[in-house]
Design a protein around this ligand. Structure first.
Ligand code: C2G
Length: 136
């Protein structure tokens, strides 16, 4: 259900940008009038997933910033700083993929938290594995 005039915020690594990323960003955009995206830094990704992204943070930021559904981008340095980012960017709605379901419910006092279903059948790690298998 779209919220008139709402400012929406979402977060992600968006490495090896694919259609699952397009889908969540367009759906997040459609929930309000303004979409801000926090793009995880290389260091945050490494600490979270144990590997450096294929595309570095400046490239991932530039790709996300170039999309017509995205109004504003910034680098996300810490998962624990979500509350500060939400307040700083004056967000009304926080969108996350449902792989994060429940993880950010504690922010419900400052923002409406919405988990959207992930796109099935596509993932950054799957793409990387497929390319590696082709190289082998
Ligand atoms: N996503 C999706 N469908 C896919 C793959 C990803 O909807 N097939 C969504 C994820 O649920 C997430 C967003 O796309 O909401 C970005 O995904 P990732 O780049 O994998 O980001 P992630 O590592 O989940 O980082 O602060 C939270 C992190 O920055 C989120």
């Amino acid at each position: 259900m779209p919220r008139n005039g709402a400012r929406v915020i979402t977060f992600g690594t968006f490495d090896v940008f694919h259609v699952g990323h397009v889908n969540i960003l367009t759906r997040a955009h459609d929930l309000g009038d303004h979409l801000t995206v926090g793009v995880s830094t290389d260091a945050l990704n490494e600490s979270k997933k144990g590997r450096r992204p294929i595309y570095d943070e400046r490239q991932r930021l530039a790709i996300v910033e170039s999309l017509s559904c995205v109004d504003d981008v910034f680098l996300e340095y810490s998962l624990e700083a979500k509350r500060d980012y939400v307040i700083e960017h004056r967000a009304d709605v926080l969108v996350m993929g449902d792989d994060w379901r429940g993880r950010f419910d504690d922010l419900g006092d400052v923002v409406e938290v919405v988990y959207l279903p992930r796109t099935t059948g596509v993932s950054t790690s799957g793409i990387i594995q497929a390319i590696r298998a082709d190289d082998a």
